[in-house]
Design a protein around this ligand. Structure first.
Ligand code: C2O
Ligand code: CU
Length: 458
């Protein structure tokens, strides 16, 4: 297998024409309704189920959070309490981690650190107040290569009090590694994948569907929330140049709206864009241009116009979330070195154990996460961390329980820093959430083979 080369920019014009071989499925994701409207409680039931990646094709055995459904969307208002009852209908233990949103430690969903695993047949109730608005997602935090690889992902949307768009759609991106009969190939942790760039699928889907169609109306303004829920693949959602689109948020948090030119989304990362449908009937193919450009979904504009003329004003800036700003003058410096992986000397040491990666020269297994944090941070102290990537691969480094800033000309908030091969990225944050928190690469095969650790905030 040749090394996958990330393209340096989005060459959308290279997109292959849309094939008409398959009947398209409807793109929209299933937004979950609370179990009863009074309780406001959502129910998730991780289970084996069947799912059609495309109409007219054989169905695929997947694992999912709701029967005959894939990647449900849970939506709550900022400031509300999220209440989710999870009942495990799988044959193995699981958990739910709420990726990117700040939660109290005992709601973080990491077995062995913040809660016991949810055994088959058992339930766990996640309940916490959501302080931050934006686009987040959820997934298991146990046997992640397999549980995510079989389809256990969902979207968490936290709504601001109001935002002037006509529609709100989630675009959860992932890929599936399937054979010719569309059965998931069940080798989830091959040494080759884990020591290189992870397990890539051969079918890319949007909300679990191969090249689905969204139906828009003339002059409609739509907010698309991209989520990369893949185990390894990086995406760059791209649009043809003539489409009017603005990016308004990265990883849940507002940025100054600017024309959208394609955002690199590594596993775990999100961005929100606002698109104007245009006044005439049309068809638009959305592509992925991170590697070989390919179409991933499309929208059709037709029917009754939403308003008489298209909106011309750019979308407004969202309000900031209530996150403490790090004080860079008093920040304590930290360093996180990423080593190992294929094509390095460091990897050789780990060959026997199947552990290929190192964080600060250490390899930490599940049992030592709790008792041997890589770093111990003081509550309310500001930190600046240099993440130094000495490997030949890109690593989206994710910190639980905190939102940090990427330090660059215009800093921005995130929970996952994509550090390219040979590069150093500086982040800063206030350690304001007590507990033991995971710090790991979101290429889940890397996480499972050495690229994970914990930090404690006391
Ligand atoms: Cu999205 Cu530790 O996870
Ligand atoms: Cu990695």
């Amino acid at each position: 297998m040749r090394r996958r080369q990330l393209l340096s920019y989005g060459a959308i014009s290279l997109l292959t024409p849309w094939p008409n071989l398959l009947r398209a499925s409807e793109g929209a994701s299933p937004w979950l309704a609370p179990a009863t409207s009074q309780s406001g409680q959502f129910k998730l039931a991780p289970q084996a189920s069947q799912w059609q990646l495309a109409p007219e094709l054989p169905s695929t055995d997947i694992w999912t959070y709701a029967e005959n459904s894939f990647s449900p969307v849970i939506s709550v208002q900022q400031g509300d309490t999220l209440d989710v009852q999870v009942t495990n209908k799988l044959m193995e233990s699981t958990s739910v981690h709420w990726h990117g949103i700040r939660v109290p430690n005992n709601m973080d969903g990491v077995p062995g650190i913040s809660q016991p695993p949810i055994a088959p047949g058992e339930s766990f109730n996640y309940q916490f107040k959501v302080d931050d608005a934006g686009t987040y997602w959820f997934h298991p935090h146990i046997n992640s290569t397999e549980q995510l690889g079989r389809g256990l992902v969902g979207a968490l949307v936290v709504q601001e009090s109001s935002y002037p768009v006509d529609r709100d759609e989630v675009i959860l991106l992932n890929d599936w590694l399937v054979d010719e009969e569309l059965n998931i190939i069940d080798q989830f942790s091959s040494p080759r994948d884990m020591s290189h760039d992870g397990r890539f699928g051969n079918v890319i889907t949007v909300n679990g569907k191969y090249r689905p169609t969204f139906h828009l109306r003339p002059n409609e303004r739509v907010r698309f929330r991209f989520i990369n829920g893949a185990t390894a693949r990086i995406f760059r959602p791209s649009l043809p140049q003539q489409v009017k689109a603005y990016i308004i948020a990265i990883d849940g948090h507002p940025i100054e709206p600017k024309p959208y030119t394609g955002q690199l989304l590594a596993p775990g990362m999100r961005c929100d864009i606002v698109v104007d449908a245009g006044s005439t009937a049309s068809e638009t193919v959305m592509g992925d241009t991170a590697y070989e450009p390919t179409g991933i979904c499309r929208w059709l504009v037709s029917g009754q116009a939403v308003r008489s003329a298209p909106l011309t004003n750019p979308p407004p800036r969202l309000s900031d979330n209530p996150i403490a700003k790090p004080d860079l003058n008093r920040a304590i410096d930290l360093e996180l070195r990423l080593d190992g992986g294929a094509m390095t000397m460091a990897m050789m040491k780990g060959m026997q154990s199947g552990q290929y990666w190192y964080l600060n020269d250490q390899q930490i297994d599940q049992d030592t996460l709790l008792n041997k944090p890589l770093m111990s941070l003081q509550l309310h102290q500001s930190y600046r961390m240099k993440i130094v990537n000495n490997t030949r691969f890109a690593h989206p480094m994710h910190l639980h329980g905190h939102t940090f800033q990427i330090l660059q000309d215009i800093p921005y908030w995130t929970d996952t820093a994509l550090v390219m091969p040979g590069q150093t990225t500086e982040i800063a944050f206030v350690a304001d959430n007590p507990g033991i928190w995971m710090l790991h690469c979101h290429v889940v095969g890397h996480q499972a083979s050495g690229m994970m650790a914990s930090i404690e905030v006391v």
